[in-house]
Design a protein. Sequence first.
Length: 474
Amino acid sequence: MPVTDSELLEQYSHHGSNEAMCELARRHSGMVRAAALRELHDPHAADDVVQAVFLVLMRKARGLPRGVVIGGWLFKTTMYAVANMRRQQSRRIRHEREAGHMKYVDEAALAAADDTTAEELVQALNNAINRLSAAHRDVIVLRYLEGRSMAEVAAMLAVNLNTLRQRLFRAVEKLRKHLRHSGLTVTATGLTAALESSMASTASTAIPAPLETLFTGTAPAEHIQTLATGVMKMANNTKWAMAATTAAGVMLVVGVAMTVALAQAEGPTTSPVATTAPAVGSDVPAASQLHGDAGKTKPLSKGPQATPKETAVAAFRAASIGDKESWMQCFTGLTEKNTDILEKMVRMHGLLEEYQLAMLDKFGNRAHNPLDTGNDSPQAILSAAEAFTESIHGDEAVVDLATFAPKSLRLVKIGTVWKIDAARFPLPPTAAVFGRDERRIPVLRDIIANVKAGKYANFEEAEKALTDLWPPRR
């Protein structure tokens, strides 16, 4: 019987086995490189990402949870590395421009990521896969990106084939949903074909020479070490921010669905924004204190700012706490329709903040997110704020949000500040906004009241009330 990934990881973490790490690289480095190449379109940059990702694995091997699916973990880490690589590239371009080494910016290259091409679906896969829950991401990575047989995947996940088929079906459907939210409609067959085409370049089992050198103890190049350090910092910040999100960390699209329902149920009345601190003894900060680095509380920037990136951060901070006034001030080009949706969106985040704080007050840091919501809550987006990059073209700009959705924001300069172009801000279609969620709002308010009144015996009971109200969509 072949040695499992978990056994190889244990051999490396406890005995320093270079052979074990080499075998992990043989199994997974092709997938890592293919994922990086889909994002960066630069073979040399993709090779750097591979080195950084495996350097992070070497550093964190001993601390990884038992039973972690290495393929899924490596994919997630690759997305962090890609975001940090983009930040480094953006800084280099800016410094070269300031030093006079670049007399122009290649406008076509900067806009290439936004163009619709024949490979648009393949290009969107990384972001969609990254938004899946760990369980769904793992089966997609193992089955398609690494090309393993159903029997192999079932053995690795310790499930029977029937369970695996059901999980794989749900994962593909989740992927299709995320792609629809990005404006791409694809059949299950078409998506499977795209996944298989992404897997084709991962067939080689050879270990890249730089990885072999790395595994034998040779220090990697300075820029690889810097990239790996940035990856670890981003991963830690994301975990912290998601802990602060707890049960209320609902992604923007889901938030819109409930916000519109809230407004329909209650009319124009704005629900109060909760800014109460978490319970005494809780080590999870309130969402109103979210920032880039854990442990350093920063004052919130309100309204539009002097740079595009700062405006993006201010907008998501406002959304994370339900601050409607600051949120709306960050937009321009407002119409009656998008104003209505944007206001309902931020109003719902105020209600979700109230739910979050009630759960924290009663159950401390045991609270977690029971909904399958991906990484698109304002809190999760803010966790990667340091990796945001901006491209300015006169009075227009694009802010790249790393691996989070919406993938980017379009902004325009109004006087001395930058504002988000509401006409180009991604909003869900009407069908996703209006519908059956309206009846859930009063019940959600009752749940919040019951949590505050101590009517639930424990966290699990309170969580069940929420999931019964809004079960994860399949």
